[in-house]
Write a protein that binds this ligand. Sequence first.
Ligand code: ADP
Ligand code: ASP
Ligand code: MG
Length: 426
Amino acid sequence: MGLVVQKYGGSSVADAEGIKRVAKRIVDAKKNGHQVVVVVSAMGDTTDELIDLAGQVSPMPTGREFDMLLTAGERISMALLAMAIKNLGHEAQSFTGSQAGVITDSVHNKARIIDVTPGRIRTALDEGNIAIVAGFQGVSQDKKDITTLGRGGSDTTAVALAAALDAEVCEIYTDVDGVFTADPRVVKKAKKIDWISFEDMLELAASGSKVLLHRCVEYARRYNIPIHVRSSFSGLRGTWVSNEPHVEQGAQKVEHAIISGVAHDVSEAKVTVVGVPDKPGEAAAIFRAIADAEINIDMVVQNVSAATTHLTDISFTLPKTDGRKAIDALEKAKAAVGFESLRYDDQIGKISLVGAGMKTNPGVTASFFEALSDAGVNIELISTSEIRISVVTRAEDVNNAVRAVHTAFGLDSDSDEAVVYGGTGR
Ligand code: ADP
Ligand code: ASP
Ligand code: MG
């Protein structure tokens, strides 16, 4: 029996009862002969509550102190979990990200892991302990400051530790039974997926399926760590995410689906730069200003120049949390770029259809647009990759659009409704 890394999300440890339930599961894995490393998130909505609190003392909390604050959430849950395990008669030690050797760059609030040196975790395991690690945090290599990995970052901590410790598997325990063909909170008839490739999971995660974080899947693919996403509330087998399905992952039952699922995202906003001179270098200047502010953008669309004015509009989408920063950066660059005005719209949503099969099946795009049109949904932006089609619509249309597309592609299950065991969906 080898080493397993188990990650428990906030909804799985939302209260004392949850912590005790999770402690029993961890002890069971240990009793089965595994060495167990646990990554734990902050209890329930603690991180959101800390963010709200910071907002009450500062209009735009960011940087070093914000990270110091947010990492407190995971410290609480890791210590409580270690206590609950000890109470069941097993040895456990908790570690902050820094103590666990999670080394990051210095970009506060969305740091990247650049190295993992889990010496203390190895020692704790060798001494017979269960090691509990605070998720979502690390220490910067140069300044030795505490950093966080961005929202949902505990998933990445888990996979990074699994890779560094050469774990058999990384189990991600959450409040649903696995990865579904759509968010079960929106589509009651969503189906659980038995196995999904890294490639399709990467696109779903990047398109807003927050059941797994995009960076976590990227990391798992790079180091070939199989992920098992499952519920901490049920004993059911969940979804395996890996290169190829293995027998223990239900390989016999698994076929490559043409469409893996529908993802949606209402966390982005749209910025339109109005009246941009239609000449070389303008788009470069706009996106240089955005990049220098360390903002990641998603979709970009440029409208045709009106022949008479020689001006164009450029729209792009970005995380709402970076909206203020982007507007400030563009206002500063206004004189140099020479555009007329800026428009900011945070009432948008994105719907994406994902599946490697669309490379070889004609008509997927047409059926996608027909489904949206039948549901009366207006499309504002479109972007595609080889295995994904995404559209931006009004935020209020998103849930209807997801359900319509899910049905149109025959993804609705005809048996049980998808179960959501906990969490607030926040
Ligand atoms: P945790 O606190 O365990 O990290 P998250 O809230 O980050 O949990 O992720 C689990 C949630 O992801 C589910 O409750 C569900 O609402 C949402 N979700 C979105 N898309 C999917 C999907 N395709 N399959 C499963 N869950 C999804
Ligand atoms: N607690 C952090 C968050 O809510 C990290 C995580 O849960 O993965 O984003
Ligand atoms: Mg999560």
